[in-house]
Design a protein. Sequence first.
Length: 421
Amino acid sequence: MDLNKCLQLLEKNDPDVYNAIAGEENREKKGIELIPSENYTYSEVFAANGSILTNKYAEGYPGKRYYGGQEFTDVVESLAIERAKKLFKCDHANVQPLSGSPMNQAVYMAFLKPGDTILGMDLSHGGHLTHGHPVSHMGKIFNFVRYKTIPEEKGRIDFDELLRIAKETKPKIILCGYTSYPRDYDYANFKRIADEVGAITMADVAHIGGLIAAGVMRNPFDYGFDIVTTTTHKSLRGPRGGMILCKEKFAKIIDKSVFPGLQGGPHMNTISAIAVALGKALQPEFKEYGKQILKNSKVLAETLMDGGMKLITNGTDNHMMVVNTVESVGIGGTEAEHVLDSVSITTNKQVIPDDPNPPLRPSGIRLGTPCATTRGMKEDDIRKIGGWLIEALQNNQDESQLKRIKNEVEAFCQKFPVPGL
């Protein structure tokens, strides 16, 4: 059955859900998405993700399933595995994690016992909840210790201090990875310190997985890392899922940790869509796409700083940046997010390093350029977006100005169709 007919049936039989989906489609068309963890996927990914593979249970791995009728599920999972290995230059890939949090949990459970120590980035300096925040279950099971950046030095990591912490706490895993850190990582120094204290090296590259696949950011495996985790959406433009990539010597323990250790039957429709996205990432065009994301990001950062916005690292090496809105325009991140929503520019509130405010009322917002780049926007377009963003924040109480900006943004967006819709 074709997609249009499926949508017609949905509209007829469940108009409430249909109308919500249609509303989201319209929202994405008329506005600009600047949340760096979001992207627009491919039409082919939609087709695979909504395919008949939704029906099939496939517990186990290719050639070693617990159910029969697996000849086609084995094909798509094997394709995803081989494409991931080629893209990331690794020995082994597990493509079954349901998303980013489960993939990291599976790694921890594979190598650690309750109470063991992991050294990861502090949440307010760019780390993720799964890197040991106390509200996460992992933070209750394992002993997470944290390193920080030096905001006054453009977010530099003090590796002398990191080595001191590592020697003092003796972590089993040293984890580098981020959700709001606008720099690339010095993987060589992380590896040096891990080797000195006998720790496993793990990089969570969920945000920049696509940029690594495109060859425009450093690949941890080039520096001898043991394990790399990444989501398959975000900069990879795939469906929502996760992957664990590793050296061959860790393959069996990782696979057992994912299944049967943490998860049951994999979502084969999603895995087929992951295979599609990885196939796209192997094409030459994807490298150019990655380059353009970085060009756009640098232009947006420069535009914002020239307009008086305070960026926590005074620039960016990747696809994202964090604006201290309290210092820039005197309002918190939650209010800034709402102001920008009102002009059809979507961002997300974000803590800044050692933020004095709580996560639901933080001092900043986080921005990124993958979505804008996917729609075909280039440097001049990004300068316009940056200008509107500055105007909206600086005129956050002026309804007439905000209405004008909203109209200009939505007229601008009509020139850039959303891929996949």
